[in-house]
Write a protein that binds this ligand. Structure first.
Ligand SMILES: [Mg+2]
Length: 361
């Protein structure tokens, strides 16, 4: 019992790694003449696109991801706009995740350029986590040529805040027992989970820093913020019990309908397709994903089934747009008049609304 107790009380060593301005850094790597220049990576269309990623020199102009490209160009006359090459970023990401995997069997990739590692069982002394972090950062910079920032703490929340603490090329270590001290002076919006809206609401109550938040009782936080309030109370005390685990990848979002009676009327089929397209759009929005590839599935009365897909130049989550692609795929591939028993619509090849590929493995 005594030994077990000691073991379970051993503080966890969680590492969070985030690549610095990843998409832009890859572009600079491929074309060194871009070094030090204000560049942004974004969608194909300069008029309608949004910034997916901005280099540090571009950020000096107040340019940030999710900003309309037009606004970004207005802020910086010399801005270099590069259309994003997701396939290439994914390739780099895979190699980097391989480097991480070599250091710990427990790794959770949370986006194309971000991952958690649980080093607890890899080390005897907590401080050894720092050596592993340095080794990883060195390998990523020496072998790949990219820079990264790392945070190490006893839980995921604090490790993530720490990796953002001294970007770029940062290494921030929050040793066991110093969690509250580290968090206290930080603005509450630094806590992942507190977005701009919640931040505003907290400000109305005079809660600006984590220390302010820690002064409010859990009951009061729950009374004002419901379930989120309960989480806030934990966050303010530096508590986060979430484990590092491989997340099951969402590969596609799709929906389909089998008809009670086969349908051979084009208008009726298109109506159903439209309905399915909006359902896929709702699902994408709920999961905060945008799909670059839209597919349809069609099964004839004799059970012959085919799928067709189209990859859009810009990822989408809009029902009308999904329907536009899906209906074209159907009209081009359906044998007119042939009875259909099942119709489906799907979205895949995801990009999150910040323009970074989600769950890319
Ligand atoms: Mg990053």
């Amino acid at each position: 019992m005594g030994n077990n107790q000691a073991y379970t009380n051993k503080p966890r060593a969680i590492l969070h790694l985030d690549l610095d301005a990843f998409f832009c850094a890859v572009e600079v790597l491929r074309d060194p003449s871009l070094e030090g220049k204000p560049i942004v990576v974004g969608g194909a269309s300069a008029e309608r696109g949004v910034v997916a990623a901005a280099s540090y020199p571009a950020r000096k102009f107040g340019i940030h991801s999710a900003m309309p490209m037009i606004e970004a160009s207005r802020r910086c006359k010399d801005l270099i706009i590069i259309s994003s090459k997701h396939g290439m970023y994914k390739m780099y990401s895979k190699v980097i995740m391989g480097i991480l995997r070599a250091e710990s069997p427990i790794i959770q990739q949370v986006s194309i350029d971000e991952a958690y590692l649980d080093l607890s069982d890899e080390i005897d002394e907590w401080v050894q986590a720092t050596e592993i972090a340095r080794k990883i950062q060195l390998r990523i910079s020496r072998d790949i040529g990219l820079s990264s920032s790392v945070g190490i703490a006893t839980n995921k929340m604090i490790a993530k805040i720490a990796s953002d603490f001294q970007k770029p090329k940062g290494l921030t270590v929050v040793p066991p027992g110093t969690e509250i001290q580290f968090l206290a002076p930080l603005p509450v919006k630094k806590i992942p989970g507190i977005g701009p809206k919640t931040n505003e609401r907290l400000a109305k109550y005079g809660i600006y820093t984590v220390a302010d938040m820690a002064k409010i009782s859990e009951d009061k936080l729950i009374q004002r913020f419901g379930k989120l309030g309960q989480a806030m109370s934990q966050w303010a005390r530096g508590i986060d019990d979430r484990e590092v685990h491989e997340e099951r990848e969402i590969k596609s979002v799709s929906t389909e309908r089998t008809f009670a009676k086969n349908i051979d009327d084009q208008r009726a089929l298109l109506d159903i397709l439209e309905n399915l397209s909006h359902k896929v759009a709702d699902e994408l929005k709920k999961k905060k994903l945008m799909a670059a590839t839209i597919s349809i599935k069609l099964r004839y009365g004799d059970f012959t089934t085919f799928t067709r897909q189209h990859t859009a130049s810009d990822p989408i989550d809009d029902g009308k747009e999904i329907y536009r692609i899906a209906s074209r795929l159907m009209v081009m591939n359906w044998l007119p008049g042939e009875p259909v028993r099942l119709l489906g619509v799907g979205g895949s090849h995801f990009v999150d609304p910040q323009g970074q590929l989600s769950l890319p493995l």
